[in-house]
Design a protein around this ligand. Structure first.
Ligand code: ADE
Length: 214
C-alpha cells in the first residue's frame, strides 16, 4: 500500500512513521510512505499557500491551487489512490472504516489542512472527509497519523505474532471494548491479578474475558 501525505509539516511524521509497527510495515510489508511538502506547490517567489477568506473573518485559508496541484501529482504516482481530508466536518472515523481501507489495500493520499481551514472548492478532489473526535486540532497532521496507524496495523502480516487484531476493541460493531489484561508481577502494590487468570483453566479464562469485555 502506498500512503502519500500532503502537508506543510512533513517533519511531524518522521517520528511516527520511523518507529515501531509503522516503520516495520515499511521494511517488511511493502508499505510505502511519501511525504509531500505542500510548500513546494506554493505560488510565486514566496511559495504562498494561504490567503484571507472572502467575506472577512479571522485567520487565513489554504489556497486551492497548491493543494490541487499536489493531489494531482500524487495521483500520477498512484492513480487508483483514494484522497482523504481530515476535518471536523467529516464523518467520525471508526474501526470499521480502518478495516475496510486495510482490506481494500487501495493507496491513500491524505491532505493535511492548516490555518483556519481550506477553500471549499478543494473538496471536489477529495473522496472522503473524516473527523477523529469532537474536538478541534490545529491541523490535519495528527488525524492523518491516526488514520495511517489504524489502517497499517491491520494490513496482512504487520501485527506478526500478535493474533490481536481479531480480539481487540471495537471489532464487531465499533463499540465493544476488549477485556482488561495483566502481566507480572502477580501482586503489584497490593493489587492482585484475578485468580482465574493464574488458574491455567482455558475455558474459565475465556468465560472471564467474555464477561469482562464491554
Ligand atoms: N482538524 C482539526 N480537528 C480535527 C478533528 N478532530 N478531526 C479531523 N480533522 C481535524
Amino acid at each position: 500500500m502506498k500512503i502519500q501525505v500532503i502537508t506543510l509539516f512533513p517533519e511531524m511524521f518522521e517520528g511516527v512513521l520511523g518507529s515501531s509497527m509503522l516503520w516495520k510495515a515499511k521494511e517488511r510489508n511493502g508499505v510505502e510512505y511519501e511525504l509531500i511538502d505542500l510548500r513546494q506547490y506554493g505560488i510565486g517567489p514566496r511559495k504562498q499557500v494561504d490567503d484571507p477568506p472572502y467575506g472577512g473573518g479571522d485567520g487565513m485559508l489554504m489556497k486551492p491551487e497548491p493543494i490541487v496541484a499536489a493531489i494531482e501529482a500524487a495521483k500520477k504516482l498512484d492513480p487508483s489512490a483514494k484522497v482523504y481530508l481530515p476535518t471536523p466536518r467529516g464523518e467520525i472515523f471508526k474501526q470499521s472504516k480502518a478495516k475496510k481501507i486495510a482490506k481494500s489495500e487501495q493507496g491513500m493520499i491524505i491532505v493535511c489542512p492548516r490555518y483556519e481551514g481550506y477553500d471549499e472548492r478543494i473538496t471536489k478532489w477529495i473522496d472522503e472527509q473524516f473527523c477523529i473526535g469532537n474536538y478541534v486540532l490545529t491541523g490535519g497532521e495528527i488525524p492523518a497519523m491516526a488514520l495511517i496507524d489504524s489502517v497499517v496495523r491491520l494490513l496482512p502480516g504487520v501485527l506478526g505474532g500478535e493474533a490481536s487484531a481479531e480480539i481487540e476493541s471495537f471489532q464487531a460493531d465499533d463499540k465493544s471494548i476488549e477485556f482488561p489484561q495483566y502481566t507480572r508481577p502477580e501482586d503489584f502494590k497490593g493489587m492482585k491479578v484475578p485468580d482465574v487468570l493464574l488458574s491455567g483453566h482455558h475455558a474459565e479464562i475465556q468465560k472471564w474475558r467474555k464477561e469482562n469485555s464491554k
